[in-house]
Design a protein around this ligand. Structure first.
Ligand SMILES: Cc1ncc(COP(=O)(O)O)c(C=O)c1O
Length: 397
């Protein structure tokens, strides 16, 4: 018998991250590879109390089927928070609760993309989004990231043929940790306004700013054309798989149909628990605790890199979020050094999977939120051994 898979599956690539998971179980391994929040931040007691309260007060309803759009009080909460943070007016009817923002990529692609349609993405881009778009077989146009946001000359060029979608992560981007400046956001909106391109503004890390001041979402100056994504993964729990899509009515109608066909609705019991948790707890205080912890971890990583890394290695200095991006000297491949790093019991994510094309790149992503400061210092020392030696070898050739 022959398994006759669809072309989109045959073409789908295995994620390199899965390969990394295979070595993570090894004894004494330190990992800078994952995108995991620190589990010590999970509000276990608060969620437990909320679950009991929901079951005690409204158990039968909470365990029943519900609407595709999601639990209204939760959507009202999200809308209110946008207004409180940015004076951004969002009607709860413009919010769809989804299974993490990862589901949003799939639903948006399903609604907008025909084979070969163009999607503009950052260079480098979040690989989970690339994996999801990939199933719809688009053509990519890439726009390089700079310290202040997108390269506007490249963006102008990428928008020439009126692409269908554009995907960006303007706050503490995954993988680079970079944030778009206000000026860059406004310039992006000005360029997009001249097109029919729909902007997907993905913002799972925006609440995790531990330095500097918040920037307005691009949606606030490009309302009709923007689909804004949010998530509870990084501020409450990723395992609960709760995220949302903010989109205008016409788009929302299509997204709701796509979601209905996909899973009827997101886990209603979980929506009820998370809503109860948000009602009964001070989420801002909780987020402050997470930020204080991540800031310490980030400081340790920067300090250790400064101390141990060869000065030819450069890296971003994120003002929030969970990652930083390391650039090795030209010609030193982060992918080739991965095996040597595993031998030293340290792992990271080589840059390759974050690009739509290109191999043997000299970049890599490091996560600082899931190791203790002591582990971070030890892990950076192990990495320095691998990187500094490779640089010495390259220089002596
Ligand atoms: C930029 C970005 N978008 C979306 C996601 C997916 O988040 P969620 O857990 O809400 O699906 C992640 C997860 O790491 C991410 O880094």
């Amino acid at each position: 018998m022959q398994l006759r898979f669809a072309r989109r599956v045959a073409n789908a690539k295995k994620s390199f991250i899965r390969e990394i998971f295979k070595v993570l179980g090894q004894k004494d391994m330190i990992s800078f590879s994952g995108g995991f929040p620190n589990p010590s931040s999970f509000p276990i007691e608060g969620i437990k109390a909320a679950a009991i309260k929901v079951l005690d007060s409204d158990g039968a309803n909470a365990l029943q089927y519900s609407s595709t759009e999601g639990y209204l009080p939760l959507r009202e909460y999200i809308a209110k928070r946008y207004f409180a943070r940015f004076e951004l007016k969002v009607d709860p009817s413009e919010i769809l609760i989804v299974n993490g923002s990862q589901q949003a990529f799939d639903l948006i692609s399903k609604v907008f993309l025909d084979i070969g349609d163009t999607v503009v993405v950052e260079k480098p881009a979040y690989l989970g989004a690339l994996q999801s778009f990939g199933f719809y077989e688009p053509t990519y146009k890439v726009v390089p990231l700079t310290e202040t946001g997108l390269d506007l000359v490249a963006l102008k060029d990428a928008l020439k043929d009126n692409p269908k979608l554009m995907y960006v992560v303007p706050n503490f981007q995954n993988p680079t940790g970079l944030t778009y400046s206000n000026e860059n956001r406004i310039a992006i909106a000005d360029l997009l306004r001249k097109t029919d391109t729909i902007l997907i503004e993905d913002d799972p890390y925006g609440e995790l700013r531990f330095k500097g001041i918040d920037h307005q979402p691009i949606k606030s100056v490009l309302d009709e054309q923007t689909i804004l994504l949010g998530s509870f993964s990084k501020i409450v729990s990723p395992g609960m798989r709760m995220g949302w899509i903010v989109a205008k009515k016409e788009i929302m109608e299509k997204l709701v149909i796509a979601k209905q066909a996909s899973d009827l609705h997101s886990n209603y019991f979980t929506q009820r628990i998370i809503t109860q948790y948000l009602m009964d707890n001070d989420i801002d205080k909780h987020i402050e605790t997470i930020k204080a912890m991540y800031l310490k971890q980030r400081e340790q990583m920067l300090t250790s890199m400064k101390q141990y890394f060869d000065p030819s290695i450069t890296y971003t200095q994120p003002e929030g979020g969970m990652f930083l991006w390391v650039t090795l000297p030209e010609g030193v491949s982060a992918m080739k050094l991965f095996e040597s790093a595993v031998v030293q019991k340290i792992v990271y994510v080589p840059g390759d999977p974050f690009y739509t094309v290109g191999e043997d790149l000299n970049t890599l992503r490091m996560n600082y939120t899931n190791s203790t400061p002591k582990e971070i210092d030890e892990g950076v020392q192990r990495l320095a051994k691998v990187f500094n030696e490779a640089i010495k070898k390259t220089n002596s050739r």
